[in-house]
Write a protein that binds this ligand. Structure first.
Ligand code: UGA
Length: 433
């Protein structure tokens, strides 16, 4: 069932705002996306998409007539039935979420005299909605509704995740505001969870915490596999088939990164701490992840000894494939550690240009990055790496060591290609295979 067309103002033209705006336009709504960054807005007006997100450019192009971009608050708000807040909430020095961009949007809202609902899409601490409600009331905007509608889209699959969600969560102070936000999603199939605002805010933080916990869990299992001679890939398969556990987010590797998990884990940790609760499990999840990023260095040491003047090729820089996002990417920690140890670092990524990685030489292909190297490290599991002729690569390397930080490749095949292969938590296959 499709929704009656509404006017939606989206504040923030980042990943979340652009995907939200484009998807609502695709559902038939009229959308104005507003951002403070003039360059970004002008580029969008010219049809240039500032981020790499599969399907987004096509969706924006297909819905041009219903989707515009502006820097003007007045233009965005004009006739809006919904004001979506999709601005960044980066961590502050203390680890708490920085809500200054959220407050700027709320405080910039003009005196709205028609029915309208402010909808929070940005990830915010539990209790933020109530504070926004009070702020709106204090400004006499009591007729303006408020709802929390957290996002669960992952970079690389964001458009698909938005249009085919596992669930839509809507928390509202007033029943009819929640009904309106649900109706706005008409045309999208998926279960709807209706709740209070605080619970919707917590659902977002808890969902990400649960996913991170699974990753740190399987990474620790991987480390024990290494120590005891098991293979974590088989172990993950074996436990993932248990319906109570399920197969997702059980890929062991060099740890999670990105714009969300690291920041959201800190925000939840601080939210708990500020409320007087020490969230022990989450602290462990974060610590395991930090250590996991550094394990590759230990593996390189065991193969090469000192890394001084050794050439190491990092294959993949983005925090995961199908994105150009480098925020909290494990590659940053790895490159930094390698340079600090005196290694000569070359890198390749099909999307990230690596210009900001000082001291790292960027190569045009994985083969060029690996030529003459003492070790190659797979940092991001780009599909391109599965079709590389690894036997030829091995022949060009100074020492043919391959550390597969994402367990992307088949250990036996790599060994047959002449590489000394080491994955994460895959002791058994190498020994027995
Ligand atoms: C994540 C969540 O998956 C989304 O549901 C959520 O909406 C989003 O954060 C957010 O809060 O905005 P995203 O950060 O785009 O999305 O990426 P994921 O695909 O979840 O991957 C996060 C990190 O975990 C990556 O570094 C990835 O390599 C790592 N990962 C993921 C693993 O190491 N193992 C796995 O099994 C899965």
């Amino acid at each position: 069932m499709s929704a009656p067309p509404s006017r939606v103002a989206v504040f923030g033209a980042g990943y979340v705002g652009l995907v939200t705006g484009a998807c609502f336009a695709d559902l038939g709504h009229t959308v104005v996306i507003r951002d403070v960054l003039t360059d970004r807005v002008e580029a969008l007006q010219r049809g240039e998409i500032p981020i790499y997100e599969p399907g987004l450019a096509e969706l924006i192009e297909a819905n041009r007539e219903r989707l515009t971009f502006t820097t003007s608050v007045a233009e965005a708000i004009e006739g809006a039935d919904f004001v979506y807040v999709a601005v960044g909430t980066p961590p502050t020095y203390s680890g708490d979420a920085d809500l200054s961009a959220v407050w700027m949007v709320i405080d910039e809202l003009p005196a709205i005299d028609r029915p309208c609902i402010v909808v929070m899409k940005s990830t915010v601490p539990v209790g933020t909605g109530l504070k926004v409600r009070h702020r709106l009331d204090a400004r006499g905007l009591t007729h303006v509704g408020y709802a929390s509608n957290p996002e669960f889209t992952a970079e690389g699959t964001a458009v698909k995740d938005f249009l085919h969600p596992d669930r839509i969560v809507v928390g509202a102070f007033r029943e009819d505001d929640g009904d309106a936000v649900v109706a706005l999603h008409g045309g999208i199939e998926g279960p709807v969870v209706r709740c209070d605002v605080a619970s919707a805010e917590m659902i977002k933080l808890a969902a990400n915490a649960a996913l991170m916990t699974r990753i740190s869990f399987i990474n620790e299992i991987a480390n024990v596999c290494e120590a005891t001679g098991a293979d974590v890939v088989r172990v993950a398969e074996g436990i993932g088939l248990d319906r109570r556990i399920g197969p997702s987010f059980l890929r062991a590797g060099i740890g999670f990164g990105g714009s969300c998990f690291p920041k959201d884990s800190l925000a939840l940790k601080q939210l708990a701490a500020n409320s007087g609760y020490h969230f022990q499990l989450l602290n462990a999840v974060i610590e395991v992840n930090e250590l996991q990023k550094r394990r590759v260095i230990g593996k390189l040491h065991s193969h090469l000894g000192s890394l001084r003047d050794k050439r190491v090729a990092l294959l993949g820089l983005a925090f995961k494939p199908h994105t150009d996002d480098m925020r909290e990417a494990p590659s940053l920690v790895l490159a930094g550690r390698l340079l600090a140890e005196g290694a000569d670092v070359r890198a390749w990524d099909p999307v990230v240009d690596g210009r900001d990685l000082h001291g790292v030489e960027i190569a045009a292909t994985p083969e060029v990055a690996a030529a003459g190297a003492d070790a190659v490290v797979i940092v991001t599991e780009w599909p391109e790496l599965t079709t590389v002729d690894w036997a030829s690569v091995a022949a060009t390397m100074r020492t043919p060591v391959l550390i597969d930080g994402r367990n992307l490749l088949d250990p036996a095949r790599m060994e047959a290609s002449g590489l000394r292969y080491e994955g994460i938590g895959r002791a058994a296959e190498v020994r027995e295979g």
